[in-house]
Ligand binder design. Structure first.
Ligand code: PLP
Length: 397
């Protein structure tokens, strides 16, 4: 193999990623190792995908077993794992009736938008400022950040953005042309901003009153991340369409849309996916759901998240503007750009993420140990002791 994979990747990669010079070779639980054998506590977790930890033995066994039987089988045929998974996913939220399986978060959002337009016969979608829903054209139209949107305009018509946690703005925006309101329960990429329960409930109610559908995007908050299996449970929300992704299949690509009764039955051929619901991904997802339940990961996330948040809140640093989050979805907003602090954390054996230019974001596997979380908190404390000089201005895209 080519020794210098960094140079090789640099030569051929598309260029759309702001890359970090780390050569990752192996993962187990909440840890990953680089090519030199250096160990890291992984609070990036594949952008929150490794909910059950890296290479969970039950997920690995399920993938291995299924890979020897059948890897691909389109949804035009039936498969036992898909049938079982669909039943389990629908049961995650009482009242849900069906599920559409795809391969990523953005595809789940794309499908939910299409289903909402189809079911209501209306074009409009109301989304929130600082919301993030993905990068394909429909999902991107619901995403807020101008840097992501502008180069690709014109986007899909009919989308408007209102301030998050502002019920009056929503009242104003939802009208007779609105097919759907789409919201996150905790805005992830937009800065780890928890939604207000009364606001989210009002959004749901407004949709019911005005004939629109309520889409909740739980791609990042789902599968136990915020301390409940679904973040909707914190507020008793009952959306019409619920989007899932990231950790749902233990690291294999999968997205899903749970579909409620107000959507009605979808006609044949209006949507589809070649890879959606593959036996391999379904086997991995069934194993993942089993692990989440057997290891009580939502409860674990709630417990560890509460102590991690209060530990971080106890760090006294003039650099910190706010510490916020829910379960093991945690953000530390700085008065500085976070890039150099992420690099300093990495030097101390901790991988973390950004959420916008000034928020450090931690999305550790829910199996992380209290000791590892303490190591993360200590590293954060150390790097925040004194301001780090900012390098030359670079894009935060
Ligand atoms: N929706 C939310 C809330 C997300 O956080 C993300 C990704 O971070 C997406 C959608 C898009 O998911 P994917 O990157 O799998 O397309």
């Amino acid at each position: 193999m080519h020794d210098d994979w960094i140079a090789l990747e640099e030569q051929h990669t598309s260029g759309v990623y702001a890359k970090i010079p780390l050569r990752v070779v192996r993962g187990a639980g909440a840890r990953v190792w680089d090519a030199q054998g250096q160990e890291y506590v992984d609070c990036a977790a594949g952008h929150g995908v490794a909910i059950v930890g890296h290479c969970h033995p039950q997920v690995v066994a399920a993938i291995r077993e299924q890979a020897e039987q059948l890897i691909t089988c389109s949804e035009m045929f039936y498969h036992a794992h898909r049938a079982a998974l669909q039943a389990e996913l629908v049961a995650l939220m009482p009242g849900m009736e069906r599920v559409f399986l795809c391969n990523s978060g953005t595809e789940a959002v794309e499908a939910a938008i299409k289903f909402a337009r189809l079911a209501t016969g209306r074009p409009g979608v109301v989304a929130a400022r600082n919301g993030f829903h993905g990068r394909t054209m429909g999902a991107l139209s619901a995403t807020w950040r101008p840097e992501y949107r502008r180069p690709f305009e014109p986007l899909v018509p009919g989308f408007t953005h209102v301030p998050y946690n502002d019920p009056a703005a929503l009242e104003e925006a939802v009208g007779p042309d609105t097919a759907a309101v789409i919201l996150e329960v905790v805005q992830g990429e937009g800065g780890v901003r928890p939604g207000d329960g009364a606001y989210l409930r009002r959004a749901q109610e407004l949709c019911r009153e005005r004939g629109a559908l309520f889409i909740v995007d739980e791609v990042q908050t789902g599968m136990g991340r915020t301390g409940r299996m679904l973040a909707c449970e914190h507020y008793g929300l009952q959306p019409d369409l619920l989007c899932l992704g990231k950790g749902i299949a233990g690291g294999l690509p999968m997205g899903a849309v749970l579909i409620g009764p107000r959507v009605g039955r979808l006609p044949h051929s209006v949507h589809g996916s070649t890879f959606g619901g593959s036996p391999l991904a379904c086997a991995a997802a069934l194993a993942t759901l089993r692990v989440i339940r057997e290891e009580s990961l939502p409860e674990r996330s709630a417990e560890l998240g509460t102590s991690f948040l209060s530990r971080l809140r106890g760090i006294s640093s003039p650099l910190v503007r706010e510490v916020r989050g829910r379960g093991l979805m945690v953000g530390v907003e700085l008065r500085r750009r976070v890039r150099p602090y992420l690099a300093a954390l990495m030097e101390r054996g901790v991988l973390a993420l950004r959420a916008g230019p000034t928020v450090l974001r931690f999305l550790p596997p829910l199996v992380i140990s209290p000791d590892d979380l303490e190591q993360v908190a200590r590293a954060v404390e150390e790097v925040l002791k004194s301001p780090i000089a900012e390098g030359p201005e670079e894009s935060d895209g």
